[in-house]
Design a protein around this ligand. Structure first.
Ligand code: PLP
Length: 368
């Protein structure tokens, strides 16, 4: 079907059935968000920018600013410049060269902060962003971590899944801002109230109550704080993978399924294999694969990088271990949130973190 323009072409991604070892009678599908022009966040940029234009928050001649070094930066550069806006991306020296080339070639202004400040690169970027907002009056900041349009962008993804499948029993995907999993799951549950939702996080991320370890290597998922768009009540289960497990699985995804993807897709692949063995025959499981592998060629896919970061020395489990609340994990582990209220009841620690940061570091007031 022809699309009117590149923005109209966002979404409509393929759903592909995966063959995973022996036939267990569980049907497993991968939603290839990596086949968006840049990645999954093209959807978020489309929704946030179009809705800001509709409400008048983003006038036609106003610039757009965002702090990101990954998929959100690319989505904002795509949609913002396609609609004729000046786009400013604030990032840090860790940005990969492929993303940098894409951003600049699309016409975005890229601001690379030079040094960490009080809270590392994150605070350095936010301080630069504040300066930009001051220098560019009327500029629009999409704020993916707290903007409700982020999860709402995934109503379209959920509609695509509902159009492609008669039913879905389990939805699995990574959690960074929380937008993709919370938005997709909430929408699907309107017609599939029994849907089970499996979130995937990394070892050393605070999102599901683990102690923060900022030196973690996985990008895209995980966070040092709990973003307001993470709604714990959505999740029935969470898995944590360490860097080695996620990177190994990303390589396996390419070798076994021919899908050359980023580390978050690799983490999802590991959990999909597990679910294909664990779920009852006849179940339908869907995993979301967010972005392509090209920009990870010097990290995830690079032997020297993996050795330099001591990945071969890290423990690697072929199956997850179920852990009790409060357990600090170092390798593939999972928790099932029992009781009717999903993940909320025993993540009070997370709630405390949330309250403590009544203004989140992304600059938006933390909502309920
Ligand atoms: C590559 C990649 N995968 C997964 C995610 C997590 O998605 P979400 O922010 O919707 O939780 C992100 C978020 O930035 C990402 O960039």
């Amino acid at each position: 079907m022809p699309y009117d323009d590149v923005i109209d072409a966002i979404g409509h991604t393929p759903l592909v059935r995966l063959t995973l070892g022996r036939d267990t009678g569980v049907r497993v599908y991968a939603k290839l968000e990596l086949q968006n022009l840049y990645g999954m966040k093209d959807r978020v940029a489309k929704r946030t920018i179009l809705s800001a234009k509709a409400t008048g928050e983003l006038p036609d001649d106003a610039p757009i600013v965002e702090s990101s070094s990954g998929t959100m930066a690319l989505g904002v550069a795509l949609v913002g410049t396609a609609l004729g806006h000046e786009v400013h991306i604030v990032t840090d020296p860790r940005i990969d060269p492929i993303t940098l080339v894409k951003l600049r070639t699309l016409g975005a202004h890229v601001h690379i902060v030079e040094a960490m400040t009080g809270h590392g690169w994150q605070s350095a970027r936010l301080e630069r962003l504040e300066l930009l907002l001051r220098d560019l009056p009327g500029a629009f900041w999409p704020r993916q971590y707290s903007n409700p349009d982020n999860p709402l962008a995934y109503e379209a993804l959920a509609a695509e899944l509902s159009g492609d499948l008669d039913t879905i029993d389990v939805l699995a995907g990574t959690v960074g801002s929380g937008g993709s999993m919370c938005g997709t799951a909430r929408t699907l549950r309107r017609s599939l109230p029994g849907l089970r939702v499996v979130g995937i996080d990394c070892v050393g991320s605070a999102i599901f109550g683990q102690p923060d370890r900022p030196q973690r290597l996985q990008s895209g998922l995980g966070n040092s704080l709990i973003p307001p768009n993470v709604d714990h009540a959505v999740f029935d289960e969470v898995h944590w993978l360490n860097d080695r497990e996620a990177f190994d699985s990303t390589l396996e995804l390419a070798a076994e399924q021919k899908i050359f993807a980023g580390n978050t897709s690799g983490a999802v692949y590991r959990v999909l294999r597990h679910l294909s063995e664990r779920e009852p025959p006849g179940s339908v499981v869907v995993g979301i694969l967010p972005d392509r592998g090209d920009r990870y060629h010097q990290s995830v896919y690079d032997d020297a990088y993996r050795k330099a970061h001591d990945l071969p020395a890290m423990p690697a489990r072929r199956a997850p271990v179920e852990v009790e609340p409060g357990t600090v994990v170092g390798a593939w582990s999972y928790r099932v949130f029992k009781g009717g209220d999903r993940a909320t009841s025993d993540l009070r620690r997370g709630q405390h973190d949330r309250d403590r940061h009544a203004r989140d570091p992304y600059g938006a007031a933390v909502g309920p």
